[in-house]
Design a binder for this molecule. Sequence first.
Ligand code: NAD
Length: 260
Amino acid sequence: DLRGRKAVITGSTSGIGLAFAEGLAEMGVDITLNGFGDKDEIEENRARIAGEHGVDVRYDGADMTKPQEIRDLITGAEAAHGRIDILINNAGIQKVAPIDEYDDDTWDRIIAINLTSNYHTIKAALPGMKKRKFGRIVNVASAHGLIASPFKSAYNSAKHGVVGLTKTVALEAAEYGVTCNAICPGFVLTPLLEAQMKDNAKARNMSEEEVKAKLLNDAHATKEFITYENLIGLLVYLCSNAGSGATGYPYAVDGGWTAH
Ligand code: NAD
């Protein structure tokens, strides 16, 4: 029942967001892509997803640290596709360092992109969803929205904030046919995680391979990384008509990490 729905996915030029765009396009959803990266590569992905799945795929390069650009992303998508049914807040960055050495600008940037951008997209998209009595908001938080690891003060704070925002919006929107949930992945091998491994190795005085093994061993009971497929199944459920009763919850897909 997703065919013909219109989705905006922030941070969808790479990793989880790009996989979510492909997953929803496969179900017949028209997509607005967003994020940074190489212009040719973005255009290649846009054209490929549209061509393979016969859906409309557009791109908006709004910077998630800039409230006006975020508002324009939402009004632009509404103008181009007529409405937004599905909003996925996925853009995110990470920086691993001890808090007493943490860089202030990096703190502000992580809070802006990983948390405050969700506030701005939701604020702009919710009125249309309420008016049409349908909406699915999915915020990509993290296992770090539920539990913490050392050296990720800004990220953990932002992601715990996303979970709080998710619950609040769910309560405010519930009677308007709009759900708001968070997906909380464990470790997924994306460009973000690869970069984080380098910093983590430095902060822990270990090699990258040792860090990878330690992270998986300590965190995932499955000892396996989370795959895009693991996440897309849940995303499709939350966005479908059948998902109407599920709202205000941070769904962990983390190999059993938060069960410890
Ligand atoms: P990624 O680096 O592959 O993708 C991040 C995306 O965000 C890219 O498209 C990038 O261009 C975009 N982005 C970054 N800054 C932006 C800005 N200012 N404005 C607009 N777009 C911007 O990372 P990923 O691992 O796919 O992460 C996606 C989300 O999943 C993030 O919110 C991340 O915190 C979360 N997450 C990742 C993991 C993991 O293990 N990889 C685990 C849990 C949660």
